[in-house]
Ligand binder design. Structure first.
Ligand code: 6PG
Length: 248
């Protein structure tokens, strides 16, 4: 596994959120046509998501060309505080109304396996419409758990070995729920992956991934074949390292 290379260390979580929102804006503008974007779940992306509802992003982002997907979802109603889609609605989607070109939440009501298949069908239809052979996202945002998981790809899960399907149903995480997640066949086709990691509780796992490339934690196995991986981390997650190191 490659050690973490392309890392932007910023002062705090607010600066990290702004750097991530800027990356989204740059990617969407550069895409020219449709920009296919994956949002991550959990608490970390919420500061970025809230920025997207305000200026300059609400006006500057080419929302009509953006299609939003999720890296994973907990199989709970959108009104549940654990819902990643519910959080995005609260943070910025409701404020944007019908402006995004497409919003593709993971279906959550029903049998987990069938829901995973339905999400994969949505993905296939989207990329077919884009004339893309495979699930090539312009930008995939990901977080990292303290155990090194990303999306809902947890250490020791058989889903880590999936090489064909684009989605999977898994049980686990905190909260311990049924989830639908993207798999490595999708994550590793991305043009660009951005890990957004903040907070002192992530310092140990970030240090482990930086110093033990061979650890093979799920987040370390995100290695796009023809894309880039960037890390946007705050000083707390970086273990107090300096700011703006490794900026590229
Ligand atoms: C999820 C997320 C998950 C998250 C990490 C970090 O739905 O749980 O996709 O992979 O990114 O667990 O979560 P926090 O940002 O809450 O620390």
């Amino acid at each position: 596994m490659d050690p973490i290379r392309d890392m932007l260390i910023v002062e705090n979580a607010e600066a990290a959120a702004r750097a991530a929102a800027d990356r989204l804006l740059e990617t969407a503008v550069a895409a020219g046509g449709c920009a296919s974007i994956v949002l991550s779940g959990g608490a970390t992306p919420r500061a970025m998501q809230r920025l997207l509802a305000g200026e300059p992003y609400a006006a500057a982002m080419p929302w009509e060309r953006i299609h939003l997907f999720w890296g994973d979802e907990r199989l709970v109603p959108g009104s549940d505080p654990a819902s990643n889609f519910g959080a995005a609605r609260e943070d910025f989607l409701d404020a944007l109304g019908s402006r995004p070109g497409g919003v593709h939440p993971i279906p959550v009501a029903g049998d987990p396996e069938r829901l995973a298949r339905r999400y994969e069908e949505d993905l296939r239809e989207h990329f077919h419409r884009q004339g893309s052979v495979g699930p090539v996202f312009d930008l995939i945002f990901l977080g990292v758990g303290a155990d090194g998981h990303t999306a809902s790809l947890f250490p020791g899960s058989p889903v880590l070995a999936e090489t064909r399907r684009w989605t999977a149903a898994v049980k686990g995480g905190r909260p311990d729920l049924w989830r639908v997640t993207l798999t490595y066949p999708v994550l590793n086709r991305a043009r660009q992956v951005v890990f957004l990691v903040t907070g002192a509780d992530k310092a140990a796992v970030l240090r482990q991934m930086s110093t033990e490339p061979q650890a093979m934690l799920p987040a370390q196995r995100v290695r796009p074949h023809a894309g880039t991986v960037r890390w946007i981390v705050d000083r707390q997650a970086a273990g107090g390292a300096g700011t703006d190191q490794g900026v590229t």
